[in-house]
Design a protein around this ligand. Structure first.
Ligand SMILES: [Zn+2]
Length: 167
């Protein structure tokens, strides 16, 4: 008989949980990604700067930068973004409301910007190269020829965006 109240409390909590989760679901949030271990690849444009990427691709990124430099192309750019930075980029590119930040399709942002929790930048697996704004740039042309050797693919709608998946 001593156990009955405990069981009742457990039952009460168990039946309240779906309601608690339903209430939490009303607030838009981003999927929480596993923590990313990052490392720096020194820029060849300016050795005081670096591209922060996932540790898993830092060595291939360094090799890409060295190979481009050997061909006369110096590179720098932006790699890893934490969750707060991705939200800030969504705010800037998609708009200020909760809908704009968390729900608006990426394609409706200028430039297109992945929803928080879904960007390859948040995994440290994407780089936006600074001198790659167009497909006629020397940067784009070199990467189009060589990036695949180092495991990076272009997102066709964004000449500057290169990632392990092309997404
Ligand atoms: Zn990007």
């Amino acid at each position: 008989m001593h156990r009955a109240p405990t069981r009742l409390r457990t039952l009460a909590l168990a039946s309240a949980l779906p309601i608690i989760f339903a209430l939490a679901a009303c607030q838009p949030t981003a999927p929480v990604l596993p923590k990313v271990t990052t490392a720096k690849a020194t820029c060849t444009t300016d050795t005081s700067r670096s591209i922060v990427v996932a540790s898993s691709i830092v060595s291939s990124t360094r090799q890409l930068l060295a190979a481009a430099k050997a061909d006369g192309l110096k590179l720098c750019g932006g790699g890893y973004r934490d969750a707060a930075s991705q939200i800030a980029v969504r705010k800037a590119n998609c708009g200020p409301t909760q809908y704009d930040i968390y729900e608006k399709p990426a394609s409706q942002c200028t430039p297109p910007t992945a929803k928080p929790g879904t960007s390859q930048h948040e995994k440290g697996l994407a780089i936006d190269f600074e001198s790659c704004q167009t497909k006629t740039s020397a940067c784009y042309k070199w990467l189009a020829q060589n990036a695949k050797t180092y495991g990076l693919k272009n997102l066709p709608s964004e000449p500057w965006h290169w990632s392990t998946t092309g997404g």
